[in-house]
Unconditional design. Sequence first.
Length: 214
Amino acid sequence: MRRIFVGATIAFCGVGALAPSASSAGTTVGQTGTPDQCATGYGQVQFSTGGPPTWNIPIDGTITSFSAPSLGIGEHTVLLLLRQVSGETYNVVAKSTPITFTTASSVETFPVQIPAQAGEVIGNYGGVCSLATGSSSDQFYAYFGAEPATGANQDFGSPAGANRRTDLSANLEPNPTPPAGPTGQRAAALKKCKKKHSALARRKCRKKAKLLPV
């Protein structure tokens, strides 16, 4: 968050050492850790990375929680679920209600239930932080302004500086695999059994047919 913050009124705050996001079931999207810079009144989204992790949703599922470093007790942030339209413009697919940090300096985790589809990306708005990485391939976009509305396209402005990642992660639970439907093999075999000429042949046929999957 270096270049776009020049000339704007920003409330920066120092945050102490932060623990990585707590592990849980499902897939972790994004990354949390000790932030390098924090600000309020901003939206941010990770545009590219030089390596894992990714802030992109890899599979269809449900976001069941998200984690972010606290800017201070009473500060707020909102999880954004975004889909890139073009360049730095993203459509706001969904978002959480505003959450309130309850600690002065730690990574906090908040439960949510937000359906997500592969190809979407997480971001956040309000109190936001970034991580310094040292990789020129790590790049995120940010903007200063009002909270974007669900369904609206939001321009995230210009690159906020290389060597940085958004300090944000989420837990993604995959959609449950639906039970397998009937194969029709048993029904087809039993139908053929009816055409056998003798009762004995039909009994033997039905016995074998019932061993087939439904």
